[in-house]
Design a protein around this ligand. Structure first.
Ligand code: ADP
Ligand code: MG
Length: 382
């Protein structure tokens, strides 16, 4: 590994969403300067960064400017064109690499990678042509048809029960490349965040137990006993082998399904910090964003230690509309009167239903206390 980039250097991030904002905040806390590229004048990360380049992700001049002012560059959004990362990599260190991001961007390539790593995923078929559609094994139904690219928070998905529904759903998606996955009987979902340095050193956060509502993460719980020990060991080993197989540098989240018979299968990967890792900001001695800073700057990685049981509640824009159609801020003061509540808002000024506005991390001395406070906070938030 080369010489680390020390505080005082400038770290760049492609994408100005909340993940970029929290990356920039972690970098700034350590004394780095930050640069954000995002076309939106009000992007959460652009608002707080030392530099904000307001161009599209594929704008050659914008990318050149980002490379000029940054000493190393990362991404916060997996749908940035891999080509943009390749262009930046000609001038500066970029992590994760375009090749790893390209795999995470495409569900078919992602699943092929899981196969190479020997990590099981849901039975699936790639559908790119009418012939492949016609040849789909009926055993995959009922299933979920997912666009191979650009899906997130449950978007770009359709649940299908019959070959006719499958054909109609593929038509409705504009016949773009898709994967059909068998619908699995889930007991619950979990995820693991790993950070891998350029020297191959890997550390990880504890396994997170996740609850989704309408395809969007709603609650993450992390404390000893949140998942059976065997599942945690298996999930951590699988996440590390997926990161190693990609020669990955940076923070990677691996999402899993735990089936009703106890089997663990991998769902998908995100080549960046993840919503399910936000609890680490307040419950661990090293957060996922600090891990991202360290991997990008080439600083040493130390195994994070969780010091408090934690529950994370996602704060969607819906919470602004519990009193009617005019948006009204949730009762923050009442929520913050509960012990161990940590509010993170992303600086988005227009709340919308389904939009991620922030999250609430709850820490406590015991899992029971954290859960009780989370229930109370959820009641207050409506
Ligand atoms: P996204 O990229 O939108 O997060 P996911 O593939 O993770 O898409 O799907 C979103 C959610 O839908 C999952 O977290 C899970 O709750 C449910 N889901 C997805 N695939 C399956 C499946 N094969 N079987 C059962 N539930 C699934
Ligand atoms: Mg997902």
């Amino acid at each position: 590994m080369g010489t680390p980039l020390l505080p005082g250097s400038t770290l760049g991030v492609l994408g100005g969403g909340q993940l970029g904002r929290m990356f920039a905040q972690a970098a700034q806390a350590m004394g780095y300067f930050t640069a954000v590229l995002d076309a939106d004048a009000h992007s959460p990360a652009g608002l707080i960064s030392h530099h904000h380049i307001r161009t599209a992700y594929d704008d050659a001049a914008g990318l050149a400017r980002l490379a000029e002012i940054s000493d190393a560059i990362t991404t916060e959004f997996e749908n940035v064109p891999a080509q943009a990362l390749r262009q930046l990599a000609q001038r500066r260190p970029v992590a994760p690499a375009a090749s790893a991001v390209a795999i995470a961007q495409d569900r078919a390539q992602e699943k092929a990678h899981f196969g190479r790593c020997g990590v099981p995923c849901a039975p699936y078929a790639v559908i790119e042509t009418a012939e492949q559609l016609a040849a789909v094994d009926a055993a995959l139904l009922p299933g979920i048809l997912k666009t191979a690219r650009l899906g997130y928070d449950g978007k770009g998905q359709a649940r299908v029960k019959t070959p006719a529904e499958l054909a109609a759903a593929w038509d409705a998606m504009g016949r773009v490349p898709c994967v059909l996955e068998q619908m699995l009987p889930l007991a619950h979902e979990c995820s693991v965040i790993v950070a891998r340095g350029a020297d191959g050193q890997v550390v990880h956060l504890p396994a997170q137990r996740n609850l989704h509502r309408d395809g969007i993460l709603a609650v993450t719980e992390v404390y000893p006993g949140n998942l059976p020990d065997g599942q945690v060991r298996q999930a951590v080993a699988a996440a590390i082998s997926i990161a190693n197989g990609l020669q990955y540098v940076g923070v990677l989240c691996v999402e899993f399904f735990v089936l009703q018979d106890g089997r663990l299968v991998v769902n998908e990967i995100a080549p960046r910090p993840h919503n399910s890792g936000h609890y680490s900001q307040n419950a661990c001695d090293v957060s996922q964003f600090e891990l991202q800073v360290r991997t990008l700057a080439g600083l040493p990685l130390t195994q994070p230690r969780q010091h408090s049981p934690a529950v994370m509640l996602n704060l969607l824009g819906d919470l602004w509309f519990t009193q009617g159609d005019a948006p009204q801020a949730p009762p923050w003061a009442a929520v913050l009167a509960l012990p161990g509540t940590h509010l993170h808002l992303y600086g988005k000024t227009d709340p919308k239903r389904g939009r991620k506005m922030g999250h609430l991390n709850i820490t406590a001395a015991t899992p029971e206390a954290a859960r009780t406070t989370a229930l109370r906070a959820a009641e207050l938030l409506g």
